[in-house]
Design a protein around this ligand. Structure first.
Ligand code: FES
Length: 97
């Protein structure tokens, strides 16, 4: 998953760089694989910034704590989906063995 943090003028003035740094530190601290922070251009929601985009989920009025909590929720959701998929995996003649 790529987490995009808008670091253009309006969002930066409202602390988006702190959000990006917090998320990068969380990813490293929790040793989360397949997740990265990308600083991006204006997302067209300057008045509602800072803006963070988790995949295609646009979140506005973010701060480092909210961004971090939402990232951890997304990680848990992905883990649960993977577990559910593994449990519900149907055995067919093609994937048997
Ligand atoms: S500057 Fe961040 S949405 Fe426009």
């Amino acid at each position: 998953m790529i987490i995009k943090v808008c670091t253009w003028r309006s969002c930066t003035e409202n602390g988006s760089e702190y959000i990006a740094t917090r998320l990068e530190r969380d990813i490293a601290f929790y040793n989360i694989h397949d997740m990265a922070v990308e600083r991006c251009t204006c997302q067209g929601r300057c008045k509602e910034g800072p803006v963070v985009v988790y995949d295609r989920d646009i979140q506005t009025r973010m701060n480092p704590v909210k961004a971090s909590e939402l990232m951890r929720k997304k990680v848990e959701m992905i883990k649960n989906q993977l577990k559910a998929r593994q449990k519900n995996e149907v055995v067919t003649p093609e994937n048997k063995d």
